[in-house]
Design a protein around this ligand. Sequence first.
Ligand code: CIR
Length: 253
Amino acid sequence: MFKNVIVKTPGESYVNGLTTSDLGKPDYEKLLEQHKAYVEALKKCGVEVTHLPASEEFPDSTFVEDTAVLTSEFAVVSNPGAHSRNGEIKEMEAVLKDFYEKIFYIKAPGTLDGGDVLQADNHFYIGISERTNEEGARQLKEIVESEGYKGTIVPLEKFFHLKTGIAYLGNNLIVAAGEFLDHPDFEQYDKLTVSAEDEYSANCIRVNDYVIIPKGYEETKRKMNEAGYKTIELEMSEFQKQDGGLSCLSLRF
Ligand code: CIR
């Protein structure tokens, strides 16, 4: 069960943030509406929401997931791999001090984005990507293992972040797309598979009694409902334009 989430309102500078997509410029008004709906959905899942104000100096800072890795017992402040995002961790560190006594840090030359980390029960999967380097992944593995968890490092082939293509729903069930459909590191899990055209919906989040999924992916929704999960669908167009998905917009713990 998650008790808490941290979210952050996107600033007007969001539209000038990092992206690899060619889906066009985000519409700021729509973006705020979508963010509001996201926060409402989280509240429906029964969590306490810590809502941080916008920071214009960090265009991508609404994607709070990348700044930390959290469990119920300890926090790890990440070291984001994109230069323009690295300063986001200062604010997050201060916020995490209100919740945690035990805080670890990923240190340079290690880099790590929280989007590259998937927790499945007591096992952390840590992607090596454009943002997370080998040293950052190694440091996180060492931290989680020192706390009694397992850690597996997963070099990515194509996905932007590890969680771009995989999610854990509990009960040994993983949502998998693309390179994770047949990946040896995840062969012990049951799989809810997502086709290439629905790939964006592989980034979904289980929050207590619900799975929050992006709107417009009927097959993913059907498979989840058939597997016994209640779903909440959210319009995510303005986040998708900046390479963001549902997991990126919150830290859940
Ligand atoms: C970035 O490039 O950093 C942002 N535009 C998107 C970050 C998405 N975060 C995530 O997948 N965890």
